[in-house]
Design a protein around this ligand. Sequence first.
Ligand SMILES: Cc1ncc(COP(=O)(O)O)c(C=O)c1O
Length: 336
Amino acid sequence: MATRPLFQRFPELEAHAPWQPLADLPTPVQQLPGTQHGWIKRDDLTHAAYGGNKVRKLEFVVAEMQAKKVRHAFTFGATGTNAGVAAALMCKQAGVALTVYTFDQPDSPTVQRNQALMRAAGAKLVHKGTLLSTVLTFYLHPARLRRDAYFLFAGCSNPVGVLGYVNAALELAEQIAAGELPEPDVIVVPVGSNGTLAGLTVGLQLAGLKSRLVGVRVAASHLGPIATCTTGAVQQMVDQTTAFLRQHVPALRDLQVRAAPLNDAYFGDGYGVPTAAGLAAMARFADDFAIPLEATYTGKAAAAFLDELAAAQGPVLFWDTFNSRSTDALLQALQA
Ligand SMILES: Cc1ncc(COP(=O)(O)O)c(C=O)c1O
């Protein structure tokens, strides 16, 4: 049976971490053409129909839903949530109904397309307007009293979802060991709901990799007084994950992991508001590497990556988290 580096390395976890194969892994690593030190991890190709970073998390999340015999899942995100699309597709496949509560973000073709995809996959979309109203609906939902309901945090970033990115770091280490790429000096990744960065932070340490991890913040740092996308919020998710690992893996009894400070310099005027540097980075990726990015997450992170690369003496890796499969084909298949 297909397995994952996480379970090969820590077989004890099989009894405690729900998992089912959904993603096409490992994703390729490639040197970026025309660069001396630029590399990319192609998580845009995690699935034949719809790639991106969510599929790795959903391998654990959907398995947990099935173990708990969940019939209805609830999540939330911006109107064009990529996580909502991935969750809608995987929930449809698993026979779980999905409701997505949404909050405003600047409109764009990606936003419109994602709305169409979620609807076509059978998700119920309920627009709440502000982030505050969305979050209150999610946390105070009456279905929280039901045993067959599952409340999935934004970005599919819940404690089991994060394991998908612990595994991803171990996967990268295997590719380095196999000589597919050199150990990166720097790894750059966008940060929204924190799960991708938290998982990579833990996984890189477990793998013994020394790469400096640059998390590029693309979401608002706070919701009122609550820290949502800050170094502290990432650290909390890291702590949750290390507590789980300490509990179930005797060899990790003393595991402690520190999250690196987030990079706030590429956020611009708001979540989903394009920046000039982000748009320029998207154009460079499209023209020079034939890789499509978007303006909310990967464009801003790619701007940081290109700046790191310009100053680099050694390998710099861009972790691509945005689906690059044709959504025309997907939409047609869903509507057929
Ligand atoms: C394309 C894309 N990249 C990056 C992220 C950020 O990942 P995370 O939410 O795990 O921080 C998201 C979602 O939130 C996303 O949709």
